[in-house]
Design a protein. Structure first.
Length: 157
């Protein structure tokens, strides 16, 4: 029969790291899709900027920054799926290994650039974005544009 100290060691060495890995798996995000979209809009630039900023509100993991007056960057850090798989497998070998693997994060960015014209504004979206962010951006810009040219790439540039 196992004593209290053996049960505690098993919990610390195997169960705790496995629980951390599985909880991280649930909250881990997948890599976004490469995207390059282009839209034309007659909306004023200030209104477009405001609409684009609201696109990322409520999306978990995204931070928004201005690279210039007409360039907005959406940035997201996430745990790649392979780190979670490695952590779960590693939980049976070395418990500290699990925690080290879970520290690895990847960063992806999606940049929105506005080119202000006299009659029309051109909006370019490029980088890597989750399906949810892309849908929000296209919904905001797409409903404001009269002509749109959309190209979703299947592989990065």
């Amino acid at each position: 029969m196992l004593g209290m100290s053996e049960i505690l060691i098993i919990l610390i060495v195997f169960v705790l790291p496995m629980s951390i890995a599985l909880l991280t798996w649930k909250s881990a995000s997948r890599q976004g899709n490469p995207v390059r979209n282009e839209f034309v809009s007659r909306e004023p630039a200030d209104e477009l900027r405001e609409s684009l900023l609201t696109a990322a509100s409520g999306l978990k993991g995204y931070s928004v920054s201005f690279l210039s007056e007409n360039t907005i960057q959406f940035k997201r850090e996430y745990n790649p799926s392979w780190t979670i798989m490695l952590a779960v497998i590693g939980a049976f070998v070395i418990s500290i290994f699990v925690l080290l693997v879970l520290l690895y994060r990847e960063t992806e960015t999606c940049t929105v650039q506005l080119s202000i014209g006299d009659l029309e504004n051109k909006i370019q979206i490029h980088g890597s974005a989750t399906e949810e962010l892309l849908q929000r951006l296209v919904a905001i810009v797409g409903k404001q544009s009269e002509e749109e040219s959309c190209l979703l790439m299947s592989s990065p540039n």
